[in-house]
Design a binder for this molecule. Structure first.
Ligand code: URA
Length: 202
């Protein structure tokens, strides 16, 4: 049972969408989080190339994503593209989505309520896209996958069975940028994306 009626409505709309296109259409019309719906330019539904074996999950769109409607096209996205290429993965072959599909004003962290409502879109996308491997990047994606209060440092880099697939937790590209090229998050993110490439047979 979902105590939040708006979350329950999202869950129903997401679960009953017959495919990713209908799901995206419904998500684009979502107004479950009034503050986010009022402030957004676009709903950043995510990119789901056909038959992608890998799904990367981030937190929420930033300013550039909000303008373009595409996930990870700002600074964090540029780093992600570089590390994916270094790992032998083409961004065009990888599914990319966020836990929260609208930009939180000022790029604040999404609230628990926003995550609790929006996560149903992602849960249904996961189901429809059916990737073999999911990489949760950062605290919000890790909480979506494993629950709140899990420390990334304690779980990252280890492939684990999860919802009938494989899950890998790693740092968010923004953390890698914040700690710099010689920081531990950059090295971990690089190593974890290399591992992801191995796991999907790139
Ligand atoms: N950060 C995220 O978590 N997602 C994006 O799409 C961009 C930046």
């Amino acid at each position: 049972m979902n105590a939040d009626p708006a979350a329950a409505a999202v869950a129903r709309a997401a679960a009953s969408a017959p495919d990713l296109d209908v799901l995206a259409e419904r998500a684009r019309g979502c107004a479950a989080c009034p503050e986010l719906a009022a402030a957004r330019t676009t709903v950043v539904v995510g990119a789901f190339p056909t038959a992608a074996r890998l799904l990367l999950v981030g937190e929420a769109p930033g300013a550039r994503e909000d303008r373009t409607g595409l996930p990870f096209v700002g600074k964090a996205g540029a780093l992600l593209d570089r590390l994916l290429a270094d790992a032998g993965l083409r961004r065009a072959d990888v599914a990319v989505a966020n836990v929260v599909k609208c930009r939180p004003p000022g790029n604040r962290t999404p609230t628990a309520g926003e995550v609790g409502r929006c996560r149903h879109w992602l849960d249904a996308q996961l189901d429809r896209a059916d990737p073999r491997l999911v990489v949760a990047m950062g605290a919000t994606a890790t909480a979506w996958a494993l629950g709140r209060g899990v420390r990334i440092a304690a779980v990252r880099g280890v492939a684990r069975p999860w919802r009938g697939r494989t899950l890998l937790v790693t740092y968010h590209p923004s953390a890698a940028i914040r700690f710099g090229p010689r920081g531990a998050p950059m090295a971990a993110l690089r190593a974890d994306l290399d591992r992801a490439a191995q796991l999907v047979g790139a």
